[in-house]
Design a protein around this ligand. Structure first.
Ligand SMILES: [Zn+2]
Length: 116
């Protein structure tokens, strides 16, 4: 199942906050905060996190750094958004090192603005 198609809500995520937090080695504001647990989705050495969806009792595995923006910043990453590491460290969970990229922006172009 492609994990990016899972629409997560805070009801899905909040029960797992403590479990997520104990897997992150939080450091200084500028340091990388490495994921210390599984990297099963590990083609790119990203951390992976297992949780059960609140409504569906379905187990899913998601990329841990997508959750960092929620657990540290309250921002749920949407299904059409990608999260990129500014620090090029795939296991890093420091929200200051993560940036959201809207996939759809890449496709959008200014059309219909032709002249003569
Ligand atoms: Zn980092």
């Amino acid at each position: 199942m492609p994990m990016k198609t899972i629409k997560l809500t805070r009801w899905d995520l909040e029960p797992w906050r403590a479990r997520y937090m104990e897997r992150v080695r939080v450091g200084g504001p500028d340091a990388c905060w490495p994921w210390t647990a599984g990297k099963r989705l590990s083609r790119y050495k990203y951390g992976s996190f297992h949780l059960t969806l609140a409504g569906e009792r379905r187990d899913v595995t998601v990329l841990a750094h997508r959750l960092a923006l929620y657990y540290f910043g309250g921002r749920i990453v949407d299904v059409d958004e990608d999260v990129t590491h500014l620090c090029a460290n795939p296991s890093c969970q420091n929200p200051a090192h993560l940036v959201i990229v809207k996939e759809k922006q890449l496709c959008k172009s200014s059309s219909g603005a032709t002249t003569s």
